[in-house]
Design a protein around this ligand. Sequence first.
Ligand code: SF4
Ligand code: SF4
Length: 389
Amino acid sequence: MSAPNPDHYLRLAGHVCLRLLEEPFLYDRRSDELYELNEEGLEALKKCRGHLTMEQVGLEPEFAQVCLEEGLLELSPAPWPMPLTLGPGPSPSLRYLELQITWRCNLACAHCYLGAAQKVDLSVKRVAAVLREFEAMGGLRVMLSGGEPLMHPQWNEINALLAALPLRRVLLSNGLLLEDALDGLNCDEVQISLDGLETGHERLRGKSSFAKAVAAAQAVKDSGRNLSIATMAHADNLGEMAGLEELVRDLGAGEWGIDAPCLTGRLGEHPELAVTPQQAAQAMARAYGGAFHGGGGGMACGLHLATVAADGKMAQCGFYLDQPLGRVEEGLWACWARRKAVKIDELAGCRDCEAADDCGGGCRFRAHGPLEPDPVMCAAYGMEPKEKA
Ligand code: SF4
Ligand code: SF4
């Protein structure tokens, strides 16, 4: 790349924003990368709003060159001002939001933790307000889920809201309705559920669902969007995991999340689908890519995550909707302020565990008790779960 013209005007690329989280960051929603900034870098990037030339901004030339090469900054021969609103967010930061826009669904999966589908939807007005507040709080990634989000009666209006949203927009779908929605879909990433090869997948999701889900995943990839795959390990897909891994990689999925079933929701009626912690851990070892359920800094899981449900409740994650933080009418900020982060040191079963730093205390819901260890993660790290005190 030739040397940039110092008289050209510099601004942050459209897919990039500044965030004041625990540290200042530059966030690239296209790649989902967070770049930590020092104070000097932050102050310089705050000036990159299209109203000053590269020379006036005074960015260190090598840094500017790298940012331009990575597509994080853009140059124009004429001014092209952009607004910048940058306030400090809450602590801990709320970075990831699962937004269950509807509880309608076109499937009745045997493992659904929400149980039976319901005609309950968040209104478009409410979705707009939640997205606005989440962005103002410094949010990074919104995951539109359900139910099946494409079943929302005003899906097209919600999709239109996403167009100008400077966050990573992820659609979590079973794929059955995706063909009609993909054209014009304002999402950076689509996550398709694939719960095995044909037998394992259809054991949970019903006849003829597998080929449609695979075709949807392929269509996402062909559309140029990021594809991720979510899988539930269960008793009837364990033998398919090697073949499924091949398929997921062939499809070009950037992330593959594998979860272990918790016997809640409709899965409570199907105990035959349960797997042992060892089997779950073995299956989950194949997963790859980013994670947003994690903790950090000595805190347990879900430190930066919340769920807003179709009935307006906000909770620390989808498994805790029966213990909500509040309702969206109160505002996300007010609800999030009630979130009590859990210190790993306070977990009786985990505090002395030598794997605690890596494991982070596992999934608190799967631990089946506020202080217990998570048996699946104990199996993953070769630890014996401690008996209850
Ligand atoms: S309880 Fe489990 S599902 Fe909820 S945030 Fe923690 S790891 Fe994720
Ligand atoms: S391996 Fe088990 S005991 Fe150790 S931190 Fe993880 S859940 Fe806790």
